[in-house]
Design a protein around this ligand. Structure first.
Ligand SMILES: Nc1ncnc2c1ncn2[C@@H]1O[C@H](COP(=O)(O)OP(=O)(O)OP(=O)(O)O)[C@@H](O)[C@H]1O
Length: 575
């Protein structure tokens, strides 16, 4: 009834566990078979060591001889106890040595598999995120991804670690049980009867921890979200003296994580307590039942007590492993959930495409794209000639960014079509010729040089400096302590907004794009500076096609095609 109830209520996540183990088996392949061989060998050597204890105790206590070894000793003509003991102890030491070597190799192989699997999962998620359609990625909470890549991956790794430990424990138990039956079948059977009865109830009651695991996943995401918001809004909060809000939010999220972890730790500790008590009771029961009902030989009785005492280790290991495994499976659930939310595109599907050379015009024919919110663009007709400088303007929410996203292939038209030189836009090949600069740029915590060469690693220092000169950024870089090799902080935090935008533009131009897209990419630069940059862009020869979104009238004077959008429709177009 108890088991049925657990299955019906899905308190134990069998399916998630099966998925995790299937993924692990697929990953580990031959390495898994090697690990299994080590685990088995380790358990067998452990058993061999225990088995040797019986004659050793027999010789030491001058007790009854055990038939298993006695026949062998007689056949070899070995009768002196000291010789027998020397032989047995040497064999015991050799077995222990071999066992230690096997356990060493086993542990290394298991850690290799476990960490390798986590690494493979991380790479897979990264690839999934990088290749998924932009509309889907745009909806993801960053905190969810960060929490998944850090804490949940770690927990999934732990879950596997404990699964492996559980397998090791089971292998040890099987050998020890076999040994107990070999030595005294009837006595071992009665001891196991007691053990199985109590053990199954305890184990099933104790592994119901998946709910706690899921609670910790949610709490972890909240914690990460809180930390993200804190870092993002720190300057605003500091300027307004509102840091207390972030601190309270963070503390609340942290309390939830701790509460989940504490609940789990309590469950674990109670499991250990129950096992401690049970182990003592079983040991006592063996001695009592063995002596009273089975008149067991003392050497066998001592060996059995030793075996059972040793079994409590692996048995506890199995129980705790099951708990930790199901607790950590929630981490794998979170990864699966993310992959369900994203459309998977294989890397191979895109890499083979040749970059498109848009010798002809870019044409939009009756293009419509509506976001889930209802905003977007509708029935847009456009033609952009190669080398044109196009300005897109319109009020906030008019659909300018949506139009740009369609142009660069981040989203696909729900109606109508976009053609490049007469061929339907193929995002994978088209995007390799595009440089896209946003308002807030995309600078990472690294040197100026590495930020600029992100897309064109072979560019020479001279070329970089010329480009910076053209964009009025040479002096900015020369002022920095290590010039091009100066670190510019997280998202370029050590530079001004205008300086960041100039570097963003430099990076775009260094990649020599066919289409340069500027989404309010110069709005933080003073008007004179912006005019100088746009003038330089207009004079580029050969000039890429430039499409820029801007709110500034002056910027539009540099364009030879202006598109005015309103409520998702092209209202005016001047060529
Ligand atoms: N990912 C999205 N999901 C849902 N709605 C969106 C999404 N992106 C944009 N929208 C909505 O679509 C409309 C057009 O947005 P878009 O970003 O294209 O406007 P915009 O002209 O670039 O505005 P702004 O000048 O303020 O940047 C807006 O109403 C916006 O709320």
């Amino acid at each position: 009834m108890h088991v049925k109830q657990l299955l019906a209520q899905k308190l134990i996540p069998w399916q998630a566990a099966r998925h995790l183990l299937a993924a692990f088996r697929y990953y580990s392949g031959r390495g898994g078979a090697i690990a299994a061989a080590f685990v088995t060998a380790g358990a067998l050597f452990e058993g061999a060591g225990l088995l040797l204890l019986v004659p050793i105790i027999g010789v030491i206590t001058h007790a009854e001889k055990h038939a298993l070894f006695e026949e062998w000793f007689l056949a070899m003509g070995l009768n002196a106890p000291s010789i027998r003991l020397a032989l047995l102890v040497s064999a015991f030491a050799a077995v222990l040595l071999l066992r230690s070597v096997i356990l060493f190799a086993r542990d290394i192989q298991l850690v290799r598999l476990q960490t390798g699997f986590v690494e493979a999962q991380r790479n897979q998620v990264m690839q999934m995120l990088a290749m998924a359609p932009w509309e889907e990625v745009a909806q993801l909470r960053h905190a969810r991804v960060m929490n998944l890549m850090g804490a949940e991956m770690q927990r999934m790794g732990n879950s596997l670690h404990f699964f492996i430990q559980g397998c090791v424990g089971v292998a040890m138990l099987i050998v020890q049980i076999a040994l107990a039956f070999l030595l005294a079948p009837a006595l071992a059977a009665s001891a196991f009867g007691i053990l199985l009865l109590g053990g199954s109830v305890v184990v099933l009651g104790q592994v119901r921890v998946h709910g706690i695991g899921t609670q910790v996943v949610t709490a972890g995401q909240d914690l990460m979200n809180s930390a993200n918001s804190f870092l993002g809004g720190l300057k605003t909060a500091a300027a307004q003296g509102a840091q207390a809000f972030f601190i309270t939010e963070f503390a609340k999220a942290q309390r939830n994580v701790l509460a989940g972890q504490l609940r789990f730790a309590k469950r674990q500790a109670s499991g250990r307590l129950i096992f401690g008590v049970a182990a003592g009771l079983v040991g006592g029961a063996i001695v009592f039942i063995g002596f009273t009902f089975f008149q067991a030989q003392s050497a066998v009785l001592i060996a059995l007590v030793l075996i059972f005492a040793r079994m409590s280790g692996p048995a506890l290991q199995v129980q705790q492993a099951a708990q930790n495994f199901f607790f950590g499976v929630a981490g794998f659930d979170a990864i699966k959930e993310l992959s369900n939310d994203l459309t998977c595109v294989k890397v191979g599907e895109t890499k083979t495409e040749k970059p498109v050379r848009p010798d002809g015009a870019i044409t939009f024919h009756q293009v419509t794209f509506r976001h889930a919110s209802g905003g977007g663009v509708e029935l847009v007709d456009l033609e952009i000639q190669p080398g044109a400088m196009v300005g897109i303007s319109g009020p906030s929410g008019a659909g300018k960014t949506t139009l740009i996203d369609l142009l660069v292939g981040l989203i696909t038209p729900q109606h109508g079509e976009i053609r490049i030189g007469g061929t339907l836009l193929n995002a994978a090949s088209w995007q390799r010729r595009i440089a896209y600069v946003q308002q807030d740029g995309f600078l990472f915590h690294d040197s100026v040089r590495r930020n600029l060469l992100w897309h064109a690693p072979d560019t020479s220092t001279d070329e970089i400096m010329n480009m910076l000169e053209m964009l009025g950024a040479r002096a900015i870089v020369e002022r920095l302590p290590q010039g091009l090799d100066s670190i510019i902080g997280e998202r370029g935090a050590l530079l001004s907004g205008g300086e960041r935008q100039r570097l963003g533009l430099a990076r775009a131009l260094i990649s020599k794009p066919t289409l340069l897209v500027l989404d309010e990419a110069t709005n933080a630069i003073d008007r004179a500076g912006e005019a100088a940059i746009l003038d330089s862009l207009a004079k580029l020869s050969p000039r890429p096609t430039i499409v820029m979104v801007t709110h500034r009238e002056e910027a539009l004077t540099f364009c030879n095609q202006c598109i005015y959008l309103e409520a998702g429709h092209v209202r005016q177009q001047h060529i």
